[in-house]
Design a binder for this molecule. Structure first.
Ligand code: HEM
Length: 222
């Protein structure tokens, strides 16, 4: 039985057991969560390097830590906060900066809302009729597409790249033959990476804050 389990879980059978998001249209057919094989590995390796290597983590911490301290200080001034939602807002502001270089403000807030509604559609029944979560999520996806397509154009028209964020990185990665991702691949991947990195990070941070507050002895050691 163990051998059978191992056989089923090896690369040999990966074409038969494809991991896919339930509503792939929302993430995009060219996203790494939808593609397999070489195309998947290429973007996967890029993302791992961009967010997991020590130099990348140092850069991310340098940006995120002061923002987190400022947020904690501002929450301390408030009577009562809904920690989950405050943390979510802060997380999206960090993502805005690290992934596509946007500062907090009304525009970023409207993108945040589009993402929240997009994510509500991901595990909803894929019923594309007005009034259903999936239909609304598809509309949000189209608006996000508009934003990222304009962003690609703006970046292409710039003489030189001043900021290296995740989106610039996606526009620059090359495969073994020197080919870059198409614009559509960049858009699908930036949309889905924000989606993958948003609530995951925000909920992990919420739990960290909650547990540190509950166990001050651990907080003291930090
Ligand atoms: C604390 C934060 C995070 C947690 C707890 C988390 C958790 C996970 C888990 C459990 C999976 C596997 C899902 C599965 O196979 O069904 C996954 C996959 C993935 N995550 Fe995260 N994640 C976090 C942050 C991020 C961030 C910041 C990004 C993007 C920048 C990201 C991008 C992805 C991607 C692209 C995949 C799919 C990988 C692939 O199929 O090769 N995640 N994550």
């Amino acid at each position: 039985m163990f051998e059978e389990f191992e056989r089923v879980n090896t690369w040999e059978t990966q074409d038969k057991f494809k991991a896919e998001w339930p509503t792939i249209e929302l993430m995009g057919r060219n996203s790494l969560v939808a593609v397999h094989g070489k195309a998947h590995t290429q973007v996967h390796n890029f993302v791992t390097n961009a967010i997991n290597r020590p130099d990348a983590l140092n850069r991310i911490v340098a940006l995120v830590q002061p923002r987190m301290v400022a947020a904690l200080q501002s929450w301390a001034q408030m009577d009562k906060i809904k920690a989950r939602f405050e943390t979510q807002k802060m997380t999206f502001e960090n993502i805005g900066k690290l992934f596509f270089s946007k500062e907090p403000g009304p525009f970023l807030h409207s993108l945040d809302k589009l993402y929240q509604d997009l994510l509500l559609g991901v595990r909803a029944y894929p019923i594309n009729i007005p009034g259903f979560a999936y239909h609304h999520a598809l509309q949000c996806r189209r608006k996000l597409d508009d934003f990222f397509w304009i962003e690609i154009d703006n970046r292409k028209n710039k003489d030189k790249v001043e900021t290296i964020d995740l989106m610039d990185g996606l526009m620059q990665i090359e495969d073994d033959d020197g080919d870059k991702l198409s614009d559509k691949e960049v858009v699908d991947n930036i949309v889905s990476l924000v989606a993958a990195g948003y609530l995951s990070t925000s909920l992990a941070s919420t739990w960290a804050i909650y547990l540190l507050a509950k166990y001050p002895i651990v907080l003291k050691k930090a």
